[in-house]
Design a protein around this ligand. Sequence first.
Ligand SMILES: O=C(O)c1ccccc1N[C@@H]1O[C@H](COP(=O)(O)O)[C@@H](O)[C@H]1O
Length: 217
Amino acid sequence: MTVRTKVCGFTRPQDAAAAAALGVDAIGLVFYAPSPRNVTVAQAQAIIASLPPFVTVVALFVNPSEHEVQQVLADCAIDVLQFHGEESPAFCRSFQRPYLKAVRVRPGMDLAAYAANYSDARGLLTDAFVEGAHGGTGAVFDWTLIPDKLPLPLILSGGLDAANVADAVARVRPAAVDVSSGVEAGKGIKDPVRVAAFVAAVRQGEISIVQGADLAL
Ligand SMILES: O=C(O)c1ccccc1N[C@@H]1O[C@H](COP(=O)(O)O)[C@@H](O)[C@H]1O
């Protein structure tokens, strides 16, 4: 199996182009003003223009208005929407675009039931719950809270980096992984060396699955 890799929160075209060259499958752009990784439409256009063909562009929102999403879709070549707040299923599907639904995982949540509500999503993206923040915190959550069976492909995120992602892939077996803080040299500045190490570690996790061996903690 190939685990797809998304890197989120680019603010500079050169960082996105470098990530694509290193084999990253999806580039995330944050359209959420409180985030230090927030981009303007002009920044997003420049980043998208720097990408080669067949790299997926994901636009991340947190509880946006319909107008905000429509504006970004009108001005930027977005492939997938990512809703990282408390958006309803009806809102998410109203744009008639592929979308991911993010959920911040807490003990006691029924993730399978949550995912079933968003049955037409392309994936369920699990992030850590941190009080007062919507995401991009670098916090890891307890992966054992993820049920073995989910009705949607799983995109694992939350505090991943080159040091823990091979273990995450081997243990959780997600369809994809998503990282922001763990490959940064500064907020919104992605470090190609960290990105390369992350991509290599994802491959290492896949190899350990094929070998049927769990990585040591
Ligand atoms: O990146 C952000 O600033 C952000 C802001 C608000 C909601 C989500 C955000 N990012 C998403 O969070 C995951 C996990 O981030 P991290 O790796 O723990 O730093 C990230 O991949 C984005 O999808």
